[in-house]
Design a protein around this ligand. Structure first.
Ligand code: MIG
Length: 792
């Protein structure tokens, strides 16, 4: 056992502050005003797959006294106790954020390295990526080791993705810790003890970043500055996605696609799961099921579908199979220390596995992806990349390149999926000329948000998974992953109609809206659950396409500051303890203003918690008082949706797919309240031209009786010539637009149309209640600035 003893000397060098203690050396770096880094020698020279940028050092002040060294910036203080060496982080006003346990501190032993931190009174823990358990993870311990978690439950750990980053809350202040280590790591948030929390790295390399911020958003901003942010996804990937294990042969996938169009169900994406391949061989097409893949792809595209294919990492060992032969010749496969390539079992039988930690291997993989992009495939779905092999135990002794630094499967395991997604993105991009591809991966790691969307793997068709899914998506958002979703309906098992409807309703408000189901399970397309469900699902899909302008603007925000579209209530309401209660912790926000409450199947009266403030019922405009619980009646498997007073929601008319232009009229729903702001973003949705200024960004502000739209930034010509302003909760009788008085009109308004075949007004008088006489006004959107004053 080894730990930092007393400080012998310290030196401020170009690397940072080097501490020399009786037993170990440590390096302290000030990275930004709100970020410090502490690492063991050599750690900062190791290649990090998570940290994107070159680390720059930030100025700080240093005060040296007998007992300690104090490093401070305007936002954060680090006190280094000298005997023994212990670290304590404080806010500038002296509130403790996190401190080493005085007796234990940092310990190196047979478990690797463990940093023990004193549990602060009432300390809470959030995020840590794709983790089960509550919103507040206090009292739990988690392990990071990417795992094919087929059959997982609401308490399984680990799952598919590792993200050793969490946000902590102590003394009502926030901090974040990112353990920059992709070997197996463990986080204890006060599990089975009342003394400490800890984080532990099995490889013995200590390297963590400490973030301080006034809000969780500040911390996420710093963390994503360090580990990167996603770039804008293609707009079509935010449409509805239909998957099945598997749609084949060719006639089957095109039949499903046609059915969507015939039944007028808005959709953009359809998937090819593993049966499109010949004997599951990656980068092949099945000769009988898909004899003319180009034709199938063309047919799908004519139907305005964007086809996505699955890619598994295992390459079948088979003489004469070109991908295998070329891989062998190019020396791309993982090997044992004696140079013999590794054989692992997967769908194709015995496979070799590419070493995605080598640049040339990523290029080889990318070249194969590129060929498929040239065929018209625009989306690539990376599966089985934990990596998963039959028997689940990839030998730890396999050797990896690790960007030339060398390593074994112990170090490479958790970033394997991430590097596969990176290689896939690389290939897709070079194969698609100035068009954005869509990459989806099952396994990844901190920083993987840069390359791909993720889903939560093989969930099950039950209520537990419906609710868990909402928490996982919000939890991943807190951890820097904005583009996430769950298999709608549940992957394994058979969803009831009610469960499916509730899942569709919930996923309408989640970033990735993908329905998927297991081979041999009941068919699970929207029409497989009866006519009534079909009508209801169509309503939700239409609503999804109406809110695309909102969703897309939220994705733009994710590219700018790392804020996820789906936001845990922690972001705004962390000081309201009810948000952590078991019955409310599934609730989430889509953006700042829209509150979504997931509800189990068959439930017709729901209990929700509305945070402080005033809230409008999204479907019927009833005003609710926040800071308390409410019971809400639910018809037709709707879910409770509320908009915050002061909220702004941009929408469009519904379209059948994202290739279909909207009608040029922006629907702006504004909800009376004292303050609301919105960044409304548009671009062409498909190319990278936005990087060269081809975007349209307009800031909107709502302040009681005044609504303003600022001048556009960027050179994209907006899709909208007019805006129809729906005014919710305003008492105004007159209005002035840029100084000119105009009339307020009234309209019978419904967010979701009635269920036509069933005539809800006969069968269910209250169903999807329309808003009676909603006031609105039409304005020219092309005016360079717009100022609206509501007058009584
Ligand atoms: O061993 O490709 O999570 O979505 O449909 C199963 C078949 C492999 C697991 C994925 C699932 C996918 C399935 N895959």
């Amino acid at each position: 056992m080894k730990r930092p003893g007393s400080l012998i000397t310290f030196a401020e060098t170009i690397k940072g502050i080097e501490l020399n203690t009786t037993e170990v050396k440590l390096l302290v770096q000030c990275i930004t005003e709100s970020t410090f880094r502490i690492s063991s020698p050599g750690a900062s020279e190791k290649h990090s797959y998570s940290v994107t940028d070159q680390i720059h050092l930030q100025a700080y002040t240093l005060q040296d006294s007998d007992q300690n060294i104090l490093l401070s910036t305007s936002k954060l203080k680090l006190l280094i106790n000298k005997a023994p060496v212990r670290f304590k982080f404080e806010t500038p006003d002296g509130t403790v954020l996190s401190e080493d346990d005085h007796g234990l501190g940092i310990i190196w032993d047979e478990d690797g390295v463990t940093n023990y931190k004193t549990l602060q009174p009432g300390e809470r823990f959030f995020g840590l990526g794709q983790k089960t358990g509550g919103l507040d993870k206090a009292g739990k311990q988690y392990r990071n080791w990417n795992t094919d978690a087929y059959g997982y439950t609401p308490s399984t750990d680990p799952l598919y993705i590792s993200c050793p980053f969490f946000i902590g809350m102590s003394h009502a202040r926030y901090y974040g810790i990112f353990l920059n280590n992709h070997s197996e790591t463990t986080f204890n948030f006060g599990a089975a003890n009342n003394r400490f929390s800890f984080f532990q790295a099995r490889d013995g390399i200590l390297d963590y970043f400490f973030f301080a911020g006034l809000t969780p958003a500040d911390i996420l901003k710093d963390y994503t500055l360090l580990t990167g942010r996603m770039s804008l996804p293609p707009l079509w990937s935010l449409g509805f996605q239909q998957c099945r294990y598997s749609y084949y042969p060719s006639e089957d996938i095109t039949r499903v696609a046609r059915s969507f169009r015939e039944k007028q169900l808005p959709v953009d994406v359809i998937y090819f799961d593993i049966h499109y391949m010949q004997n599951y061989k990656v980068f092949t097409w099945h000769e009988e099921h898909f004899p003319k893949p180009e034709d199938t792809i063309r047919t799908l595209k004519e139907l305005n579908f964007h086809p996505v294919i699955i890619l598994d990492p295992g390459v079948k060992v088979e003489e004469g199979y070109d991908v295998y032969e070329e891989g062998l010749a190019g020396d791309v496969f993982l090997k044992y220390p004696d140079g013999v390539p590794y054989h692992g079992g997967a769908w194709p039988g015995w496979c070799h596995f590419p070493d995605f930690t080598r640049a040339t291997v990523r290029e080889w993989w990318a070249a194969n992806v590129e060929k498929f992009a040239h065929m018209g495939i625009e989306g690539f779905w990376n599966d089985m990349n934990e990596p998963a092999v039959w028997g689940h135990h990839v030998p730890r002794i396999l050797e990896f390149d690790m960007e030339g630094q060398g390593g074994t499967h112990r170090e490479a395991h958790n970033i394997y999926g991430m590097q596969m997604a990176r290689a896939t993105l690389q290939g897709a991009k070079s194969g698609m000329v100035n068009q954005r591809p869509f990459i989806l991966t099952r396994a990844t790691f901190s920083g993987g948000q840069r390359d791909s969307a993720v889903w939560t793997g093989d969930n099950h068709a039950n209520n537990e998974h419906l609710m868990l899914g909402a928490k996982l998506v919000a939890g991943m958002g807190l951890s820097g992953f904005p583009f996430t979703g769950n298999d709608i309906g549940g992957f394994t098992g058979d969803a009831s109609a009610s469960l499916y409807r509730r899942w569709i309703a919930q996923a309408t408000f989640q970033p990735l809206m993908r329905a998927h189901s297991m081979i041999n399970s009941k068919q699970a397309e929207p029409w497989s659950f009866g006519e009534e469900t079909l009508e209801i699902v169509r309503n939700y899909l239409e609503l999804r396409y109406k809110i695309l302008p909102h969703l897309y603007s939220l994705f733009y925000e994710a590219t700018q500051n790392g804020m996820p579209p789906v936001r845990s209530l922690l972001f705004e309401y962390g000081n309201e303890w009810k948000i952590f209660a078991r019955s409310f912790e599934h609730q989430f926000m889509l953006g700042n203003d829209l509150l979504v409450c997931p509800i189990e199947s068959e439930i017709s009266i729901a209990k929700v918690y509305l945070p402080k403030g005033k809230w409008y019922h999204f479907l019927n405009d009833t005003l609710y008082e926040g800071g308390m619980e409410h019971f809400v009646e639910l018809q037709h498997d709707t879910i409770p949706l509320f908009v915050k007073a002061g909220g702004i929601l941009p929408m469009q008319n519904t379209v059948q797919h994202t290739n279909e232009p909207n009608d040029g009229i922006l629907r702006l729903h504004i909800y009376f309240g004292s303050e609301g702001n919105y960044s409304f973003y548009e671009d062409d949705g498909v190319s990278y031209d936005y990087e060269n200024g081809k975007f349209a960004l307009r800031q909107m502000h709502l302040n009681t009786n005044q609504f303003e739209i600022d001048k556009q930034e960027g050179q994209f010509i907006s899709r909208y010539h007019a805006a129809r302003l729906y005014i919710h909760g305003f008492k105004a009788s007159r209005v002035e637009v840029n100084g000119n008085a105009i009339n307020i009109s009234k309209i019978n308004f419904r967010f979701m149309p009635a269920i036509s075949n069933f005539d809800p007004y006969e069968a269910y008088p209250d169903a999807l209640k329309e808003i009676q006489d909603l006031p609105y006004l039409d304005i020219e959107y092309t005016k360079s600035t717009i100022k609206i004053i509501f007058l009584i």
